[in-house]
Ligand binder design. Structure first.
Ligand code: PBG
Length: 329
């Protein structure tokens, strides 16, 4: 005897064409931002904890940019890897207008003006201690206000090099408003700010720190003194609201997968587009489990990104960007 039930949700799951018809979210290559690591050396260096990802020399980077455009990926985010000899406590090399980051941005924009270039505004690639900012004079904390001043100079140099969007990833207070003023004062009204508004103090950044060499020692200041406690979601929404008030054009939640609830809350709380960063550790864990044969690589990858979109992200930074875009073609 058939059950006496009127609604049978399975009716809509019966065949692929029907499932496609009622699918609520669809990923597009236009949703993706491709983070790329760059280095001054010509040969590429693969990153062990991020299979398939390398620090790229200039020639490979330009090939990657061309590939992004071919795949319909609208934007790249650049992360420089700086040799230890060029690092110091105050990140002096960051302010050399001819350094790897600025020269690369300029070259990419010269060759591919239609590709959107995003640069991180943070000192961690350049500081010997690996912090995103400057230390206070007693060395016991990352000093907010002097860091914000430095970040403003950094953002202006990035804009001058041609960056379309600057992305403060440092979590200092008041930096979005200060950076907006600094950009405007230098005539860069068109340069947008993508704020890492809700950046959590996460274990999932490990492979990234391998990639750019910004590991911080266990005995030094904790990034927990400026990044958000993973236990907090109201605080994350507040951070996003503050950044919107200060002039952020887009706000970001980072990491993405473990913080889907935060993506949803931020999406509902602010009127600007929301980005989510599927970080290095999220990428690494999918690779690691599939290498062990414990997860199916492609379906776990696609599900992880689909979920971030479903949670409410308008755009997703992910190291999977090129292969996902290729699979969408
Ligand atoms: C630092 C920065 C980090 C990431 C992007 N920008 C790491 C950190 O805060 O230590 C992490 C991205 C990733 O893990 O993929 N400015």
């Amino acid at each position: 005897m058939p059950l006496d039930i009127r609604y049978r949700p399975r009716r809509m799951r019966r065949m692929d064409s029907l499932r496609r018809l009622v699918r609520e979210t669809a990923l597009r290559s236009e949703d993706l931002i491709w983070p790329l690591f760059i280095q001054a050396e010509a040969g590429d260096i693969s990153i062990e904890s991020m299979p398939g990802v390398s620090r790229l020399g200039s020639a490979s980077l330009l090939r990657a940019c061309e590939y992004a455009l071919e795949l319909g990926i609208p934007a790249i985010a650049l992360f420089p890897s700086i040799p230890a000899v060029l690092k110091d406590d105050s990140g002096t090399h960051a302010f050399d207008g001819a350094n790897l980051l600025y020269s690369t941005v300029a070259e990419v924009k010269r060759r591919f003006p239609e590709l959107l270039v995003i640069t991180d505004v943070a000192l961690d690639p350049f500081t010997s201690h690996g912090h995103d900012g400057l230390l206070s004079s007693n060395g016991k904390s990352v000093d907010n206000d002097t860091t914000v001043e430095a970040l403003c100079r950094l953002a202006v140099l990035e804009a001058a090099a041609g960056a379309d969007m600057v992305a403060p990833s440092d979590m200092m207070d008041g930096r979005v408003g200060a950076i907006r003023l600094a950009l405007d004062a230098s005539g860069y009204h068109e340069t947008a700010i993508l704020s890492y508004a809700a950046k959590f103090c996460s274990a999932y950044y490990g492979p990234f720190r391998d990639a750019v060499g910004s590991k911080i020692g266990k005995d030094t200041i904790s990034k927990a003194t400026y990044q958000i406690d993973p236990a907090n979601s109201r605080e994350a929404v507040r951070e996003a609201q503050l950044d919107v008030e200060e002039g952020a054009d887009i706000v970001m939640v980072k990491p993405a997968g473990p913080y889907l609830d935060v993506i949803r809350s931020v999406r509902e709380a602010v009127p600007v587009p929301v980005a989510a960063y599927q970080v290095s550790g999220e990428f690494a864990q999918i690779h690691a489990a599939s290498r062990l044969g414990w997860l199916d690589y492609e379906s776990a990858r696609d599900e992880s990104i689909q979920s971030i979109k479903r949670a409410g992200a308008d755009m997703i930074l992910t190291y999977f960007a090129p292969e996902v875009a290729a699979s969408l073609r």
